[in-house]
Write a protein that binds this ligand. Sequence first.
Ligand code: AMP
Length: 282
Amino acid sequence: MQRLATTDAMSAWAAEQRAAGLRIGFVPTMGFLHAGHASLMRLLRDRVDRLVVSVYVNPLQFGPDEDLDRYPRDAEGDAALCRAEGVDALFMPDELYPDGFSTQVAVHGLTDHLCGRGRPGHFEGVATVCTRLFHLVRCQEAAFGEKDFQQLMVLRRLVTDLALPVRIVPGAIARAPDGLALSSRNAYLSEHDRARAPSLQRALRWLAEEVDAGERCVDTLIAGAKARIDSDGVEYLEVMDAATLQPVDAIGDRPARALVAARYGATRLIDNVAVGAPLTWT
Ligand code: AMP
């Protein structure tokens, strides 16, 4: 496995692979890698000739009061996981942006609600870094987890709108045995909060099962699910149209998604489940 520490090294490596006619797959991450990240690597490993993982804690996607400075880091652990997953190149730059960087990529509509509302500027940071990374890595495929469902939808919109030659491949949510969605931020949780956090998934699962049993009223579903969450505060719990991420009043024929963000002390966790008609990825 090659370790690439600069944007020049990344570009040169990508140019070599492309010149040899090889297909590049890419998993962008912020590091502190876990089995959720590994599942995205496995998803792409057999679809491409060369697999690239980036580890970069992107300041652009953190708000002023967020956890940029204390975001967990473990460069050697990340390298070991990537090696074990057959990664060809690990791109771990100290700096990703050139001096004077002044460009921002914004995806509207899909970012009106959910994390877009609670974290102003977050998705502009994500869209901007991914646009830059896609150009540096020159990947034909990039995997993103359904764990960050809104992010996944934003990235799909972005590559379509800007005609970027990258296929966005969605990966299912990897969970701990008790149902908690794996997240680098789970490392922040106290034992007490770690025991409470699976209530997020249980509440969402309850909601999806109520829909399967015939409940259609979103207010009823949200109230019932919220009552099942044990946290220090629910930032949002919404049922959205899965494709547009706009609120729905009632479950209809279109695929929907229930999404939650909740606080445990200073830690903010998110999760989501499919609701009603299944979403088919094209
Ligand atoms: P992050 O390092 O948190 O920025 O995540 C990097 C990528 O891994 C994103 O596409 C996430 O959606 C994905 N990811 C994070 N946690 C999980 C999980 N539990 N299951 C599947 N994908 C995940």
